[in-house]
Structures are given as structure tokens and as C-alpha cells.
Design a protein around this ligand. Structure first.
Ligand code: PMP
Length: 352
């Protein structure tokens, strides 16, 4: 008997996270290696005494803390159980069968997957030769059917960023009623002095169709708790709140996120250390002859082409889990110096 499950899902791959094994050094998911700060653990422990109750569905305290930090109103913020859910929810509020969702490629796998789950059509515009989002080509690819655009900045998996000028020119070309989601999951790792860095929140004041997506999973070290947020026009937030799965941001996650915001300086010091390491590792890899793109995230991208899968397999044999994209490249998370050195010595041995 064939059960009545949507047949179009048959051809869709499920999301496959990086595999790991006991004792492995996990460099596949762009996580923070250090454990949570004591203040964050304390907040989680305190919140644990109330888990017999449902969480605050509106995440009011967290939303208020974010509004103060970001200088926006609470009506402009929607939290979600990870920014991946907010990507999905943005697709849900904009797109259905016959509609197109536009983004660069290679980029975050959720964009095509969630688009197809919604029955809409993904339109993937190749990155430039430098592995950067090609905003000019994307502007040309907009059609009457385009309902949503994702710009991943820094881009996962290449780590590259678009310039503020290129993004502004792009936004000027996009119809003002078409939502552009700027996925800033890795924004805290962009060097403050990086030339042409985008100030998304300032840009939003000029372009109300711009939605900024951020997460507590990376720089804030809360990947296991699942909490992210969107900063958007109140009309977008109102629509997002309708498709929000009730109570999906749990109480421990809300408490931890508030505590993490309170400990921001300590957490961002860790982030700064990662950016220094990223540049060191990138330079060393280039010196070894690896093609490494200019990453502004907590990972590096090795454009190994056909060698990508073999590199990742050899890494596993050496106890390292990296993230291969067969035929394209390998993404490697940057963490603390000792772990990065283990990866570098593997990279050296692969070359010899
Ligand atoms: N956007 C990008 C570009 C990502 O790489 C990720 C995580 N891999 C996410 C969004 C989702 O992050 P989370 O759901 O953990 O907030």
C-alpha cells in the first residue's frame, strides 16, 4: 500500500548534518568549541525549574533585550527555533507552487530544500569566480514570479561577503515589494575593519523589504538550544508570527539567549580570536598551495573540486570531520589554535 504522502517529496534529499564519531575532532558544523559561559549555564539551570510550564510564546523578554541591543522596536523582531526555521517561515509567508525563490549557489542547503518543500521553485544563480554572491546576475534573474530572495552574507560555505555598495545597488534594482532576506548567521565574524562591510540594520531603514536573519548558534555558542531571530518590517513580523509553530522557542533557549546577550563582550572576545585564527589558517593553507577563498566567517573554504571527497575521507581517517561538497570543495570550521593546528598538520600531510 502506498500511503498518501506528497509524492514530490520522494525526490528531495533530507538534510544531512556532518557525521561524527567518538574521539573525532568535529570541524564540520561551524560550532564554537568552548563550553558555554557559567552565566549562561546558570540561566539555563534557573529556567529549568519552570519547564513544567509552556515557554513564553512571544519570547517577550528576549525580544525586548534584542530590541534594545539592536536599536529597533519589538514589532520589528521575530524569534524562532534557529534561524533555519525563520528561513523556512519566510518561504512559507511568501511562496507556493509556481513561485520562485532566488539565491546564489553554492550557498546554504536549506534554501533549495525548504523552497521545494513549499512546492515553489528554487532559482540558483552561480557565485562569481571568487566564490562571492553575484548580485548583478541575481538582479537580472528576478522575474514576475520571484517572491523571495536570499543573500547569505557571509556566504555558507565559501565565507565570502558582498560589499555594501554592491548590496545597495542590488536593493535599488529589486522591486520594493519583494522581500530580500539577508542571512547574517556568521555576521559577528566579519572583521570590523573589513572593507565595504554591510551595515544591515542601517540599510533596513532605507529598504523596508530587507529582512535580516541572525542566530545564537554561532558566535553566541548556543547551537544546541536552537534560537535565532529576524529583524524585519512589522508587516513581515506579523506574517511570520502567524506561521510560527507555537512555543517552538523553548524556555531554556530564551533564558540562555538573554544571558548570552548579557555576556556579549566575553563571547565576542572569543569571536575576535576566531577571526585571527581564520586569517592565520587561511594564510598557511595558501602557502601550502590550497585554493582558499577570502573568508569572513568561522570557517574556511578549500575549492578542491574533484579532490573534495578524497580530502574529507582522508581527514576522517586522521580523526577529523570536515564538510565536503563533492566536486566543489571542503568547508572547515575554525576554532581554537590547538584544534586548528591539528587540521593544519593534516592539510600539510595531504599535500606531501
Ligand atoms: N543560515 C546559515 C547561512 C547557516 O549556515 C545556518 C546554520 N548552518 C543557519 C542559517 C541556521 O542556523 P540556526 O538554525 O542554528 O540558527
Amino acid at each position: 500500500m502506498t500511503l498518501r504522502i506528497r509524492p514530490d517529496l520522494d525526490s528531495l534529499p533530507a538534510y544531512v548534518p556532518g557525521k561524527t564519531f567518538p574521539g573525532a575532532l568535529k570541524l564540520a558544523s561551524n560550532e564554537v568549541t568552548e563550553p558555554p559561559l557559567p552565566a549562561v549555564v546558570e540561566a539555563i539551570t534557573a529556567a529549568a525549574t519552570g519547564i513544567n510550564r509552556y515557554p513564553d510564546n512571544g519570547a517577550v523578554a528576549l525580544t525586548e533585550a534584542l530590541a534594545v541591543k539592536l536599536g529597533v522596536t519589538t514589532a520589528e523582531i521575530q524569534t524562532g527555533d534557529g534561524s533555519v526555521t525563520l528561513c523556512q517561515n519566510l518561504i512559507t509567508i511568501t511562496s507556493g507552487p509556481g513561485d520562485e525563490v532566488l539565491f546564489g549557489w553554492r550557498s546554504f542547503e536549506t534554501y533549495p530544500l525548504a523552497t521545494r518543500v513549499a512546492g515553489a521553485t528554487p532559482v540558483q544563480v552561480p557565485l562569481t569566480g571568487d566564490a562571492v554572491y553575484d548580485l548583478e546576475a541575481m538582479a537580472t534573474a528576478i522575474t514576475d514570479r520571484t517572491r523571495l530572495i536570499f543573500v547569505c552574507n557571509p556566504n555558507n560555505p565559501t565565507g565570502t561577503i558582498v560589499s555594501a555598495e554592491a548590496l545597495r545597488t542590488f536593493l535599488e534594482r529589486v522591486p520594493s515589494d519583494l522581500i530580500v532576506a539577508l542571512d547574517e548567521a556568521y555576521i559577528e565574524y566579519v572583521r570590523p575593519d573589513a572593507a565595504h562591510a554591510v551595515d544591515a540594520l542601517a540599510l533596513r531603514r532605507e529598504f523596508p523589504n530587507l529582512v535580516v536573519l541572525r542566530t545564537f548558534s554561532k558566535a553566541y555558542g548556543l547551537a544546541g538550544l536552537r534560537v535565532g531571530y529576524a529583524v524585519a518590517d512589522p508587516a513581515v513580523v506579523a506574517a511570520l508570527s502567524k506561521v510560527h509553530v507555537p512555543f517552538s522557542v523553548n524556555s531554556l533557549a530564551q533564558a540562555a539567549a538573554i544571558a548570552a546577550l548579557g555576556a556579549q563582550d566575553q563571547l565576542l572576545a572569543r569571536t575576535d580570536a576566531v577571526t585571527v585564527e581564520r586569517d592565520r589558517v587561511s594564510d598557511e593553507l595558501r602557502a601550502l598551495g590550497y585554493p582558499v577563498s577570502d573568508s569572513q566567517a568561522n570557517f574556511v573554504w578549500l575549492a578542491l573540486g574533484d579532490d573534495a571527497a578524497a580530502f574529507a575521507t582522508a581527514a576522517i581517517e586522521a580523526g577529523l570531520v570536515v564538510r565536503p561538497f563533492a566536486g566543489e570543495g571542503v568547508r572547515v570550521t575554525i576554532t581554537v589554535p590547538a584544534e586548528n593546528d591539528v587540521f593544519l598538520s593534516f592539510a600539510r600531510s595531504w599535500k606531501s
